[in-house]
Design a protein around this ligand. Structure first.
Ligand SMILES: *Cc1c(COP(=O)(O)O)cnc(C)c1O
Length: 354
């Protein structure tokens, strides 16, 4: 037997939330948007020229980059796009985290961050959130190889003030600071305007949550032109055609429809605020969430018990085993009002039997 396995890059992969396909299920486990994407998406899909699919797509993704730039009021040279923000973030790691010094991110955060670091052999140091799941800005003043965190944070939903974010950027002018704004549209203030001021800031966003296009895989990043150029250089050295023609057309159509997007975000936010009250009344404790999910623990009933009972009722929520201090929490995505009514009713029945 050969020893080829010694030279395999062995990784412990990120495990995404399950994607069951059961009839009548209420799926509140992967932070998807409960509403369909903009009707403009369907129009764009119908207009796709299938004959043109024999050609390679535009490697510069101009159609989408221009639409995003116009919609956000920035220059196209300040926009990078990728196959979901996961792709954008992986490119970011490859491009900017090369100093040999550890990158910094919170202990409770998006569970892909340490996976990319491990895969790319980038050292990292985790910074504990405080007891209310707040990021402690003082922890990001030490020497490091880069900083990354989501705002609002995931899976906690807790938002960091823009002034605190600016302090973190100020304290880290010698490295790239990445703000992962996957959930910013659900009530936070974007760090995007700070891009003009700081050449080391990259703001990453996704079409998967607020724009209801998780299945299409579209993400983007904003930064000064030099930062974006470096990202594109790495992209072109890896895969010139990350975005396909369909994704480019659909993304451009979606980002132009501001009215529809605002309406769905408002619906989700109002449902979230109502669900917060109901969950508190049922004995759940949680920090205030500014995202499209609530990260909650019950004051007396175990999270895994609730999770299993909900599953028996065809309702899916998410649980994280690590780190241990969140092992009694459940992350509940905000669905439609009707879904959340059913969810709360089932939850009430489960808790009454305890
Ligand atoms: C959902 C999510 C992403 C990835 O989204 P894509 O679907 O890859 O665009 C990135 N960061 C955080 C914190 C997320 O929750």
């Amino acid at each position: 037997m050969g020893s080829w396995e010694e030279n395999v890059r062995k990784v412990v992969p990120y495990v995404p939330g399950e994607q069951p396909k059961k009839e009548g299920m209420i799926k509140l486990n992967t932070n998807e948007n409960p509403y369909p994407p903009s009707p403009e998406v369907l129009r764009a899909l119908r207009e796709i020229d299938t004959e043109g699919l024999r050609r390679y797509p535009d490697p510069s993704s101009k159609v989408l980059v221009d639409a995003i730039a116009e919609s956000y009021g920035v220059d196209p040279e300040q926009v990078f796009v990728g196959v979901g923000s996961d792709d954008v973030l992986a490119m970011t790691y490859m491009t900017f985290f090369n100093s040999g010094r550890p990158i910094l991110f919170p202990d409770i955060t998006y569970s892909f961050y340490d996976v990319w670091a491990d895969m790319l052999r980038i050292p990292y140091e985790i910074q504990p959130l405080d007891e209310h799941f707040n990021i402690c800005k003082e922890d990001y003043r030490k020497k490091n190889g880069g900083v990354i965190f989501p705002n609002p944070n995931a899976p906690t939903g807790v938002l960091l003030e823009l002034s605190d974010i600016e302090e973190i950027i100020e304290a880290n002018r010698d490295v790239v600071v990445v703000i992962d704004e996957a959930y910013i549209d659900f009530g936070g203030v974007s760090a995007l305007p700070l891009v003009e001021k700081y050449d080391n800031l990259l703001v990453v966003q996704t079409f998967s949550k607020s724009r209801a296009l998780a299945g299409m895989r579209i993400g983007c990043a904003f930064g000064q032109p030099q930062l974006i150029k470096y990202l594109n250089d790495v992209k072109y050295s890896f895969n010139s055609y990350t975005m396909d023609e369909t994704a480019l057309a659909i993304g451009a159509a979606a980002v132009r429809d501001k009215t529809y997007y605002k309406q769905t975000v408002e619906k989700i936010v109002s449902t979230r605020e109502w669900v917060k009250k109901e969950l508190r009344a049922l004995g759940f404790v949680f920090e205030d969430s500014m995202s499209n999910f609530i990260f909650a623990a019950h004051s007396s009933v175990q999270a895994l018990y609730i999770l299993e009972e909900l599953r028996k009722n065809n309702i899916y929520v998410r649980h994280f085993h690590k780190p241990i201090r969140i092992s009694n929490y459940l992350r509940i995505t905000i669905g439609t009002d009707e879904e959340m009514k059913k969810f709360l009713k089932t939850l009430k029945n489960i808790l009454e039997k305890c």
